[in-house]
Design a protein around this ligand. Structure first.
Ligand SMILES: C[S@@+](CC[C@H](N)C(=O)[O-])C[C@H]1O[C@@H](n2cnc3c(N)ncnc32)[C@H](O)[C@@H]1O
Length: 260
């Protein structure tokens, strides 16, 4: 492992700690401390003992660990359980050209960059400067490189209505009023492409679909409306059952085909 890389430590109670490796530093927690220099000499999959005798498993964090445990959030982020659905139901493929608005803290952007790969392209816009700056830092922390080095990502401070680029395979909207941008999406999304909208309330879904049915029925065809509930289970001795707590509500996915 190298300096600047993210590492995840898992304690005996399965608690996860994400840290960025830095020479001459220490990670301190309630069960003692661990030297980063010692971690730099280890590999993922190995274990390390803290100064108070706690054994920790060393791993490279998955992107969902980073989003849930480490990423700086100044907006509501889309949860990994829902991002999984966006990638599959929205059919995000390697080589795809994807437009995302708004970027927010960059949770979805991090996944999109990986899903489309270097042959694809992600254009992610947010009208707020602080959002773009936060997303930039988050992306750089996870990928351990400057955002400028990720050539297939264009992170831009802009309002969706000012996006000039066209011929997108997919458009993903996580903003409160997607019905106001249908004309814009009609222009920038390829025929046969897919529009994916993320909305937290049913009134928003209703308004969006009504707008499509009234004014854009020739351009967009509803593919589906989805909600994803994920229940995690646990095993403790002879007891194997769902965990007491789960995330009750995040939002809904509304997906359309662009038909004309
Ligand atoms: C909930 S956040 C997005 C979170 C993001 N999907 C994530 O996973 O981290 C919504 C963002 O949309 C941005 N936004 C709202 N309307 C916009 C518009 N018309 N053009 C560009 N960005 C917009 C807001 O500034 C805000 O940062």
């Amino acid at each position: 492992m190298k300096e600047g890389e993210l590492v995840m430590l898992v304690d005996t109670k399965k608690r996860k700690y994400l840290i960025v490796l830095k020479k001459n530093s220490f990670f301190e927690f309630h069960k003692g401390k661990i030297s980063h220099d010692d971690l730099l000499r280890k590999s993922p999959g190995e274990k390390i003992i803290s100064s108070k005798g706690e054994e920790l498993l060393i791993l490279k964090p998955a992107l969902f660990d980073f989003v849930l445990k480490k990423m700086k959030r100044i907006s509501q982020v889309i949860y990994p359980k829902d991002i999984g659905q966006i990638l599959i139901l929205g059919d995000i493929f390697p080589g795809a050209k994807v437009l995302e608005a708004g970027t927010g803290s960059g949770a979805l952007t991090c996944f999109l960059v990986r899903a489309v790969g270097e042959k694809g392209k992600v254009v992610s816009v947010d009208e707020r400067k602080d959002m773009i700056e936060t997303a930039k830092k988050n992306i750089e922390t996870f990928y351990n490189k400057k955002v400028e080095e990720i050539k297939h990502l264009k992170l831009e401070r802009a309002n969706l209505k000012d996006v000039k680029e066209k011929e997108f395979d997919r458009v993903i909207l996580d903003l409160p009023d997607p019905w106001n941008y249908l004309l814009k999406i009609k222009k920038v999304l390829k025929q046969g492409g897919i529009l994916i909208c993320w909305l937290p309330t049913v009134l928003q879904i209703f308004k969006l679909i009504e707008e499509v049915e009234k004014k854009f029925y020739k351009n967009f065809e509803l593919q589906g409306i989805y909600e994803t509930l994920q229940r995690e289970w646990q095993k403790k001795g002879r007891s194997l059952r769902p965990k007491d707590l789960m995330v009750g509500h995040t939002g809904f996915l509304i997906i359309f085909y662009k038909i004309k």
